[in-house]
Design a protein around this ligand. Sequence first.
Ligand SMILES: C[C@](O)(CO)[C@H](O)COP(=O)(O)OP(=O)(O)OC[C@H]1O[C@@H](n2ccc(N)nc2=O)[C@H](O)[C@@H]1O
Ligand SMILES: Nc1ncnc2c1ncn2[C@@H]1O[C@H](COP(=O)(O)OP(=O)(O)OP(=O)(O)O)[C@@H](O)[C@H]1O
Length: 311
Amino acid sequence: MSENRPAVTARAPAKVNLLLQVGPVRDDGFHDLVTVFQAVSLHEDVTVTPAADWGVSVEGAGGTDVSGVPLDGSNLALRAARLLAGRAGVDEPVHLHVRKEVPVAGGMAGGSADAAAALVACDALWGLHTGLDGLAALGAELGSDVPFGLHGRTAVGTGRGEQLVPVLTRGSFHWVFVLDPAGLSTPRVFAECDRRRGPGWTDPGADGRLEAVEAALRGGSAEALAAALSNDLAEAACALAPHLTRTLAAGRDAGALGAVVSGSGPTVALLTDSAAAARDVVAALTPEVGEGRLRTASGPVVGARVLEAVA
Ligand SMILES: C[C@](O)(CO)[C@H](O)COP(=O)(O)OP(=O)(O)OC[C@H]1O[C@@H](n2ccc(N)nc2=O)[C@H](O)[C@@H]1O
Ligand SMILES: Nc1ncnc2c1ncn2[C@@H]1O[C@H](COP(=O)(O)OP(=O)(O)OP(=O)(O)O)[C@@H](O)[C@H]1O
């Protein structure tokens, strides 16, 4: 019977947008994007265990504050599991335990990573063999960032961010993330971006930014990538959280090669040219922001996958 199946744990990564080009609002309320995602080594682990009824619990790892995470039917991991069960005709409830390392409402797609990990874990538990494309299609119904949580590595995202094409990259990139105690709501940041643009705004279209990011990734140059980082939501995020302007400057002053708001913010991503340089930036920033708000990570890393049980 289902309750005898062993628990399955899957892991999915956070993301940073190396480029986030925001186009016009579409009729469905989403914006057309051209973005470059990179998966980084902050992870969410989701463990699914057969249970009498559906449920979810959450734990913060490494000091992550999980107080903003819903534990009801709106939790993205739970929604993902129920969506897959519904489509596959599975009637075997699970309890999901989410171990979060990714800041909540931080612009790093933590909730999307939970959904991606839940899809992969449930697919394995129920023996469905849905495949990456099938899971990504389900993931897109849950959120624009979920397909990338499944794919991982580095990819160009178009549409509302759910249509992915892998990007060639060389080597690893080393990041420092400056977390913010307050989150930012993604819809609010997009709305502020629209408000600032005004009704007369016209999309300038392709402007060479994507090509610059792709060339830096192909060449494995942190310096070139730092120069190419850009985010059309940054102005809106800084308008809603004005201290971010100072955080970006402090990161550069601390020796980062480049600084960018991560996605819809408020996390700030600082690019450095080695793991040692990242540690130096942390040391330089600690007096101003405190060690508790600083994380180092590298990318690219793989997308959602089952963690094998240690024998
Ligand atoms: C900011 C990014 O993280 C960049 O990767 C994503 O665009 C946001 O992805 P996400 O959090 O998975 O977003 P979703 O759950 O799909 O959408 C949340 C809300 O963000 C806004 N949204 C999101 C994606 C998009 N292409 N256009 C939008 O305008 C919409 O108001 C939407 O209702
Ligand atoms: N499993 C979950 N983990 C975190 N937040 C969740 C989860 N399920 C639902 N949410 C809700 O989604 C909101 C956004 O969560 P998330 O941490 O994914 O933000 P984000 O990283 O800014 O997202 P993105 O970068 O994809 O825009 C939270 O404020 C919370 O209310």
